[in-house]
Write a new protein. Sequence first.
Length: 97
Amino acid sequence: MKNRYKVISNDYINFVMNLLRFKTSLSIDEKKEIAIAFYEAEIEIADGCIDNHRFICDESDELKYNKQIEEGCCGFYDKKITLSNGKEITIGFNYGH
């Protein structure tokens, strides 16, 4: 994970950490893994207009997650990821116009 982490700017890591700030059940390392997953997803999509970054860490996040899908740009990206400790998280964002 350390090698992949080095290519991501501190600003991006801080952006994702801010998204996850109320998720006290997640460790710093888990949050960094989620930041890497978001970063790699954005590279995969390669669109200049990305908004409504969202995540599901537990069932309390699902309603907000689904609402954010509807409020963003017309394209959407959603992916289930498995963290190194086995915890499953869903990440997503909207993109395009």
